[in-house]
Write a protein that binds this ligand. Structure first.
Ligand SMILES: *[C@@H]1O[C@H](CO)[C@@H](O)[C@H](O)[C@H]1NC(C)=O
Ligand SMILES: *[C@@H]1O[C@H](CO)[C@@H](O)[C@H](O)[C@H]1NC(C)=O
Ligand SMILES: *[C@@H]1O[C@H](CO)[C@@H](O)[C@H](O)[C@H]1NC(C)=O
Ligand SMILES: *[C@@H]1O[C@H](CO)[C@@H](O)[C@H](O)[C@H]1NC(C)=O
Length: 449
């Protein structure tokens, strides 16, 4: 979240300090030239003495505490879809400590007018004390806010609070498909599956992948960096462990901690809003899942068919299909020696698919039209403006290579599904190139490519 403001009057304290330091350095250089010394000194004094009553601190971070509360600010977005409101803030609120709050704005300078904040904690909190929360603000008249913050008292001195930028003000559609992956944490280092999945997304027409990084393994870090450099991947720093005790699981009773899965629901919602004005569709799935069209060559062609057929649908549900990683394809044709030392699963080797047990709850993931979404959870949207449509599994389903879900099923009871192989001709060289770019294929192997 490194949006810098171009607004000259809502100065950053850091910029001002930099100005003074630079000024002092210039002064030092010129001090050898005694003739000029006096003019430089007076310039520095002028800068220092300039009254700056309306300056405020602006946070560049992904997570910013709200002063005098237990809550955290994440991002603010322009959102005028609900009458009477202009800005939606995504935050992390402590459920038992929610108090009335007031929106304060930076419009040119710090504005002394506040409006009451409407606080909407998401209903899916899985029992954790902290939950994803939306805050809606109405702008005062004649205020084109560049930054916003929340105050506990309308009379508080806003200059003493930290503001966050208001995003999505000048975005244009430039992506067809964005994949939102929630959080990387622990020492996750499933490099081969990650590279194969990202290259598969590219072949399917995905333009951008957004991922939130708390921590990751060493090889994966190199791979991420090379995808960032290429412009395909957007990694948002997510140091949630510096603020809360995040949970390794999804259920409070079972896993403890203060916030579900390192804030999975917060990051998914942040990503939907981050993508709202710039991406036609958003895919909400995990990094080991591929939303795969079975009757179309790619997602563009799939949604060019489904989109016009379902103009009011905001949420396309895609059924999850598990490919247990314990069953290997027998010929070994994709067991490539140059991939042997790469940590992680080779998805091309797993072609046996479980039938979902539709008599019990079976999770879906989603393709959404972000402009029709208000609040999302992991397997379904919580609040939306449009309708929901369940995409038939023969049209599109998720390829999810992982540990078996229905472990008691025998190999003969699984379905052979070689859909991924349809892409192998392009997929394999592209994965090789990605691993090579990240320096993950040994030098002697690189020469063979
Ligand atoms: C707010 O700002 C306006 C215009 O700058 C000023 O007239 C007014 O006195 C201020 N109000 C407070 C409470 O500071
Ligand atoms: C508000 O806070 C700023 C920054 O601490 C300070 O410079 C200013 O004097 C304060 N204004 C009032 C009215 O207290
Ligand atoms: C989006 O899809 C359309 C076809 O529906 C295509 O013409 C266009 O180039 C795509 N845009 C991007 C950024 O991939
Ligand atoms: C992910 O976060 C960890 C911990 O802050 C950091 O060391 C690592 O460099 C980050 N990786 C990327 C690709 O940003």
């Amino acid at each position: 979240m490194n949006t810098k403001t171009g607004n000259p009057t809502c100065l950053w304290k850091r910029d001002f300090a930099l100005l003074i330091v630079t000024g002092l350095m210039v002064m030092l250089v010129y001090s050898m030239n005694t003739e000029r010394m006096s003019t430089i000194r007076s310039l520095v004094f002028k800068l220092k003495d300039k009254p700056v009553p309306y300056r405020a601190t602006v946070s560049e971070e992904s997570i910013t505490p709200i002063k005098n509360t237990k809550h955290l600010l994440v991002s603010a977005f322009m959102d005028q879809r609900i009458k009477g409101f202009d800005i939606r803030i995504i935050g992390i609120f402590k459920r038992d400590s929610i108090q009335p709050l007031h929106c304060s704005f930076c419009c040119g300078s710090v504005f002394n007018q506040t409006t009451p904040a409407i606080i909407l904690p998401h209903s899916d909190n899985f029992g954790f004390p902290y939950t994803a929360t939306d805050v809606l603000c109405q702008l005062p008249k004649n205020c084109d806010a560049s930054h916003v913050t929340l105050l506990t008292k309308p009379s508080a001195n806003a200059s003493e609070h930290t503001f966050i930028p208001v995003r999505n003000k000048n975005e244009k559609i430039r992506f067809n498909f964005t994949v939102c992956i929630s959080n990387l944490f622990g020492d996750y280092n499933n490099v081969l599956q990650f590279a194969q999945t990202l290259e598969m997304y590219k072949l399917l027409g995905v333009d951008r992948v957004v991922i939130y990084n708390t921590s990751c393994g060493p090889e994966l870090k190199r791979l991420l960096q090379s995808y960032i450099q290429e412009g395909f991947l957007e990694v948002v720093p997510w140091p949630i462990d510096k603020f809360l005790k995040p949970s390794n699981g999804w259920r409070f009773q079972e896993h403890g901690g203060e916030l579900q899965y390192f804030g999975q629901l917060v990051t998914l919602n942040e990503c939907v809003y981050r993508s709202m004005e710039r991406s036609r569709y958003v895919l909400l799935n995990d990094i080991d899942e591929i939303i795969m069209p079975y009757k179309h060559d790619n997602l563009v062609s799939l949604m060019n068919t489904l989109g016009p057929q379902h103009p009011n649908v905001g949420e396309f549900h895609i059924e999850n299909h598990i490919f247990p990683k314990k069953h290997f394809e027998p010929s070994g044709r994709f067991h490539l020696s140059r991939w042997e030392k790469i940590p992680g699963v080779n998805i091309l080797e797993h072609i046996y698919r479980e039938d979902p047990d539709r008599s019990v709850y079976h999770p879906h993931k989603m393709i959404v039209r972000p402009k029709l979404i208000e609040q999302t959870s992991v397997h379904e949207v919580l609040r939306r403006f449009g309708e929901r449509y369940k995409v038939p599994p023969d049209v599109c389903r998720i390829i999810h290579v992982r540990v078996a879900l229905r472990g008691h099923l025998k190999l003969e009871e699984l379905n052979e599904d070689k859909r991924l192989w349809d892409f192998q001709e392009k997929l394999i060289p592209n994965v090789d190139k990605a691993l090579k770019r990240a320096g993950l294929i040994p030098a002697e192997e690189q020469n063979k490519l």
